[in-house]
Design a protein around this ligand. Structure first.
Ligand SMILES: *Cc1c(COP(=O)(O)O)cnc(C)c1O
Length: 354
């Protein structure tokens, strides 16, 4: 096993007040860095004070976008312990993304060990007000100084961490979303199933148009026939129709969310029927028109659940569950956040205590 050296900061930062946290504004005192050099492999794992990194302007990340990332959270439990939610799944998915972007794989166990050490060192940065958490952002960038188009021969794997505020300070209010007609997020054979920056860059335009029209997110349809539902914003999506919960099957262009997988397992454990299959936007509209569209919600690490109260499709505005959070959405939210804050027993074995 590779080891990890630690250099502690001599200049700890002031921690922000819990109600000022927001998302992604503040960073903890330390970060983890691991280098990759062709012929040597991954080497020099180290925890160092949080600081800027210096790269050659020709570093490949700036030009061709060869990079991958992850997002997960650490939570303070009701017993004042710190836990991580399914971190092994994040490093497994990071390696799947690496494979798609021609980035050398990392040792998942080593990465988890590095993460645990980093969180332990910055333990005081894990906020404990209700709903708050420490957002963790592992990422890999191509650092070879070269403008040729080929996989980089050098990389850096970095983990930074950001205390984040409660997503639902004012309670869970369902959002309005717009079905995107002009742009697509991902196509068959593309990089939709990998967590890579380019997917986000290409989604900005649709997002910008939606927010100008007063919608919080875009609902993405498939890139080939433009009729099957794929994702909502950067979340996976679920529909409850006539008592059954339906989510698009992983088809290679949908990001396999860890929250998505957790929701499916919770639903099965409660004997609520759940189907992973193709679902067209027409099927959703039809269900709405005949009164069987009961709930719609997005899932992801940041919000856990984001209920949808209105769906705009062409000239129709579908109002879902009177614009209120549904029963199943609320149950899933309570179950997952309860497991994450330790107030509900984790019968799934998802959490890792530091
Ligand atoms: C990260 C991400 C998700 C959600 O994944 P989680 O593991 O549940 O956080 C969904 N869709 C896209 C496009 C994503 O990048």
């Amino acid at each position: 096993m590779l080891d990890i050296t630690t250099q502690l900061t001599t200049n700890p930062k002031q921690k922000p007040a819990p109600d000022e946290l927001g998302f992604g504004h503040y960073f903890t005192d330390h970060m983890f860095i691991l280098d990759y050099t062709e012929g040597i492999g991954w080497h020099d794992g180290r925890i160092v004070p949080y600081q800027p990194i210096s790269l050659d302007p020709s570093a490949m990340i700036f030009h061709y976008g060869q990079s991958v990332f992850e997002g997960l959270k650490a939570y303070v439990t009701v017993d004042n312990e710190v836990l991580l939610f399914r971190p092994d799944q994040n490093f497994k998915r990071l390696n799947n993304s690496n494979d798609r972007l021609c980035i050398p794989k990392i040792d998942e166990e080593y990465a988890l060990e590095a993460l645990k050490q980093l969180v332990s060192i910055d333990r005081e940065w894990v906020p404990n007000a209700p709903g708050t958490s420490l957002y963790i952002r592992p990422f890999i960038i191509a650092t070879e100084a070269n403008l040729g188009v080929h996989p980089s021969n050098r990389y850096q794997f970095i983990i930074i961490m950001s205390p984040s505020g409660s997503y639902y300070k004012e309670g869970i209010n369902p959002v309005k979303i717009m079905v995107e007609q002009q742009f697509v997020r991902a196509v068959r054979g593309g990089t939709g199933a990998a967590k890579t920056g380019g997917n986000y860059a290409s989604a900005l335009k649709g997002q910008e148009i939606a927010s100008k029209e007063g919608y919080a997110q875009t609902l993405w349809l498939d890139g080939k026939e433009n009729c099957y539902v794929e994702e909502v914003g950067s979340m996976n999506i679920f529909f409850k129709i006539d008592g059954k919960v339906i989510t698009p099957a992983l088809n290679g262009s949908i990001l396999p969310g860890i929250t998505r997988d957790s929701m499916i397992q919770v639903l099965k454990s409660k004997n609520i029927p759940v189907e992973e299959r193709r679902i067209s936007i027409e099927e959703v509209v039809e269900a709405h028109n005949n009164g069987t569209l009961e709930e719609v919600f997005g899932t992801g690490t940041a919000a856990v659940i984001s209920p949808v109260g209105e769906l705009k499709y062409l000239n129709d505005k579908l109002i879902i569950n009177k614009g209120e959070i549904g029963e199943v959405s609320q149950m899933l939210y309570d179950t997952l956040t309860g497991i994450q804050n330790g107030s509900i027993e984790d019968t799934f074995g998802w959490t890792i205590r530091l």
